[in-house]
Design a protein around this ligand. Structure first.
Ligand SMILES: NC(=O)C1=CN([C@@H]2O[C@H](COP(=O)(O)OP(=O)(O)OC[C@H]3O[C@@H](n4cnc5c(N)ncnc54)[C@H](OP(=O)(O)O)[C@@H]3O)[C@@H](O)[C@H]2O)C=CC1
Ligand SMILES: Nc1nc2c(ncn2[C@@H]2O[C@H](COP(=O)(O)O)[C@@H](O)[C@H]2O)c(=O)[nH]1
Length: 325
């Protein structure tokens, strides 16, 4: 297997077939719905909350609500449906989560999407949860993860997952690789390619995306959707706490397995960083879409399918042309 990451790849252009980048269609069908771009903000407590979820759903962006205020999730589903919007929530795998799925069934609250959000998703308890959701909420689109191997993808798909999420430890606030020695950090794009080749259903690339061009690269190597945390942290609408340092405004971004999320020092695999506050999320999403339209035009196509077969070169750290940043 060839090993590379986002910064080691450059895609090779084909003849342009559009007169304007505005002609390019960046939409993606994912599960029962079609979204404007193949991007979803990470289901982390410093990245998404209910107002942002509503805004994203209203504007045809995919979202996944986090699972860290578990008692609010049933009301969240009801509220989204009352507004005529799709509901997309996260669950864990502890015993109470199995009961929560049954509670949703009893209350006739059927989310359109459920993400099983676990650090080490290639596990029997995740397979059990997939079976459980499919038994009680058969119409829900189930995303399961995270995994970092083709075996993980295949097992979760065979258990009934409708999509899998790939990425063990490439995240900006991740310390899994330091604490455990395991992960896809530093070779996430190659791991994505490895996993996507084995997949027969959609794959989400999760973690390690640092530049808008990495979205095009993810699509090239098999992603239907990109989950992104750090690029979204620090917006007006993202819920991380705003803090002032030497007169400059920053926002907290912390890992879901950090002590700040867990309120515990056990099995910590995440850290907290401060990122400069950088304006409205709508502008960032628009920029991502425009950059992706440009990517497709370089690929010589009119929609995302053009990216999937484009040629590429691997040159270590080529993206910065030898510069640091
Ligand atoms: N994408 C990534 O690389 C990573 C993501 N995260 C994020 O952190 C959050 C917390 O994840 P997680 O700790 O799985 O969730 P939970 O704290 O809900 O734990 C999941 C369950 O699995 C058990 N478990 C067994 N082995 C592992 C293992 N290697 N890692 C984690 N749990 C294990 C846990 O028991 P016990 O705690 O007793 O062992 C617990 O019962 C999630 O949002 C996840 O996405 C965390 C790390 C890596
Ligand atoms: N190892 C850990 N990974 C984490 C933690 N909290 C979240 N995550 C993962 O990171 C991505 C976001 O990555 P980014 O590079 O875009 O910032 C997120 O979707 C999770 O999969 C954690 O505490 N530890």
């Amino acid at each position: 297997m060839q090993i590379f990451d986002y910064e080691d790849i450059q895609l090779i252009p084909n003849k342009c077939v559009v007169r304007s980048r505005k002609e390019v269609d960046t939409s993606i069908k994912f599960g029962p719905r079609t979204f404007k771009i193949p991007v979803v903000p990470a289901n982390m407590q410093t990245i998404i909350d209910e107002p942002l979820a509503i805004w994203l759903a209203e504007h045809d962006y995919f979202y996944v609500m986090h699972r860290f205020t578990p008692e609010t999730r049933a009301d969240f589903v009801a509220d989204m449906h009352k507004r005529g919007l799709f509901a997309s929530i996260s669950v864990g795998v502890k015993p109470g989560e199995f009961g929560f799925i049954q509670q949703l069934e009893e209350q006739k609250l059927v989310p359109e999407y459920i993400t099983i959000d676990i650090a080490h998703g290639h596990s029997q308890v995740v397979i059990d949860m997939i079976h459980h959701i499919k038994l009680h909420l058969p119409d829900t689109f189930v995303i399961a993860g995270n995994v970092g191997t083709p075996e993980g993808v295949r097992e979760l798909e065979n258990a009934g997952a409708d999509a899998t999420k790939v990425g063990i430890g490439p995240g900006k606030v991740c310390i899994t690789k330091l604490k455990t020695g395991f992960g896809t950090g530093g070779w996430q794009l190659a791991a994505l390619r490895w996993c996507a080749k084995a997949a027969s259903k959609p794959v989400i690339a999760d973690g390690g995306i640092r530049n808008n061009g990495d979205i095009a690269k993810s699509v090239r190597f098999g992603a239907s959707m990109c989950m992104i945390g750090s690029l979204f942290a620090g917006h007006v609408e993202t819920p991380g706490k705003k803090v002032e340092v030497d007169g400059e405004l920053f926002q907290e971004y912390y890992g879901s397995a950090s002590q700040y999320q867990k309120n515990s020092h056990h099995n910590v695999e995440g850290k907290k960083i401060l990122l400069p506050v950088k304006g409205k999320i709508a502008d960032t999403l628009t920029e991502m879409q425009e950059d992706l339209q440009s990517s497709v035009s370089y690929a010589g196509g009119r929609d995302l399918s053009a990216l999937r077969k484009v040629d590429y070169v691997i040159v270590k750290n080529s993206i910065f042309n030898g510069d640091q940043y």
